[in-house]
Design a protein around this ligand. Structure first.
Ligand code: EPZ
Length: 429
């Protein structure tokens, strides 16, 4: 078993560079199924979800060649549909995009039920609504999502009942090769939606309005290959910003798009941090007291739900009472139990957590119950007094490239260790 061990209490100083965005990389990698030409995708984060997406493509018959640590060449000339391995697909939510990609390429799809972080129910009814609007018939058979468009997909109009990143991505992918025009209304507006649209347009698609709530797609005959660079990961950047707010110190974060970070920066400044923008870098410092704040997560450009656990970890030691309301997921509070082990004072009622700031957290053995909860455990451990042991770190490595290395470079006392049993901890690196 692997763990991350942190000796807390050290302010962070130095500079780190942000990697490509996980939630842009996954749709773009799987959307490459739409073209028979080669695609080269640059600035990929070296994380297990990306490796998994590439493994799924390989298992379907695609050629996948890493040109360097962060660049991949994908050749889907000989790819076959309907054969993605259930055990791989069921490991992440991003696998859902295989449905739109197979429908778009083959006019049919058969994909195992997707996995992903456990926030309660994660339905796909809006995905199905979108595919049906494009003329597909969709059934759930023995745990597989089976979609067919015997006459091929045709353009249609879909108005989502709720703002959904996944369904917006999936319908956009399916619609680019459909006959005719598609309008997606009440679409998600996240930066990774725009990045996917830019990738598809670079391949010859005709998409307008990405980033707004109305996306229009004119179907084209074919897509050609392209070389494309993924945008920086705003959630990775936000996570390191939250870590500096929690520990104090001053860190320059390079390769960011400040516009994507605006709402995170505004909230951290409200909590006592200072943030200076400089082109594609920002410098965050927190030298004075940490102040309380209220957070309500909403679809972009609202406060991102994927920053919720990290911000709660920071607010644990902010003077006063903070309220964190989760506006997207049924239950994203599984991380709270772990913070209570460290001496946090948090009560949860439905989708709202009330956090009473305490003087210091104390290090403890905690678990990364999901990807962003794991990041929250690291932040809490960095700020806590004493030693924190984080288990279940596979969750963290799904979405953070070299997080231990980056925190070490910022002066944190952190290391990844293997432990064959509870007593023996052997340093991994
Ligand atoms: C994406 O998940 C992200 N995952 C999540 O990030 C993120 O939390 C979420 O978007 C919201 O921003 C990836 O991009 C791989 P949704 P997704 O469809 O697409 C409801 C991380 O930490 N809904 O936008 O699954 C749903 O229940 C991960 O990187 C339906 O009701 O999220 C939720 O309440 C965790 N029916 C809301 O919409 C549907 O058919 C938003 O879900 C689909 C969604």
């Amino acid at each position: 078993m692997e763990k991350i061990i942190i000796e807390g209490g050290t302010p962070l100083y130095g500079e780190i560079e942000i990697n490509g965005m996980k939630n842009a990389a996954l749709p773009i990698i799987l959307a490459s199924i739409l073209t028979e030409d080669k695609c080269v995708i640059e600035h990929l984060p070296a994380i297990s979800d990306v490796s998994l997406a590439l493994e799924i493509l390989r298992s379907m018959g695609a050629g996948v060649k890493m040109l360097n640590r962060t660049t991949v060449e994908i050749d889907t000339t000989h790819i076959r549909g309907g054969n993605s391995p259930y055990d791989l697909v069921s490991k992440m939510r991003g696998s859902t995009y295989l449905i739109g990609a197979e429908l778009g390429r083959f006019g049919a799809a058969r994909v195992g039920w997707p996995g992903g972080c456990d926030f309660g129910v994660r339905p796909i009814d809006q995905h199905i609504k979108g595919f049906e609007a494009l003329g597909a018939e969709v059934d759930i058979e023995n745990g597989y999502i089976v979609a067919n468009a015997p006459d091929g997909l045709r353009g249609g109009q879909v108005y989502f009942d709720c703002v959904t990143v996944g369904a917006t991505v999936n319908v956009m992918i399916a619609a680019v090769l459909a006959k005719g025009n598609t309008v997606i209304d009440n679409a998600a507006r996240e930066p990774h939606i725009v990045d996917l649209a830019n990738f598809l347009n670079t391949c010859g698609a005709k998409i307008t309005g990405a980033g707004t709530s109305v996306i229009r797609i004119s179907g084209v005959e074919k897509l050609h290959g392209c070389t494309y660079t993924i945008i920086p990961d705003m959630i990775e950047a936000g996570t390191y910003m939250a870590a500096v707010a929690a520990t104090g110190g001053r860190v320059r974060i390079t390769n960011v798009i400040p516009k994507h970070l605006e709402i995170i920066s505004a909230k951290l400044e409200e909590m006592g941090a200072t943030i200076e923008e400089d082109g594609d870098s920002i410098t965050i410092s927190r030298l004075g007291d940490l102040r309380r704040a209220n957070i309500k997560t909403l679809p972009y450009p609202g406060f991102p739900t994927d920053m919720h656990p990290q911000m709660s970890a920071v607010l644990c030691c902010a003077k006063g009472t903070s309220i964190v309301s989760e506006g997207i997921w049924e239950n994203r509070f599984r991380y709270v139990d772990e913070l209570l082990k460290m001496g946090a004072d948090i009560t949860v009622d439905g989708r709202t957590a009330t956090i009473q700031g305490v003087e210091r957290l104390s290090g403890a053995p905690v678990r990364a119950v999901d990807l962003r909860a794991g990041a929250a455990m690291l932040i809490a451990g960095l700020a806590a007094e004493g030693r924190t042991e984080v288990s279940g770190i596979g969750s963290i490595e799904r979405g953070y490239d070299d997080i231990v290395g980056k925190l070490t470079r910022l002066g944190a006392n952190v290391k990844k260790v293997y432990c064959s049993d509870e007593n023996e901890l052997r340093e991994a690196q």
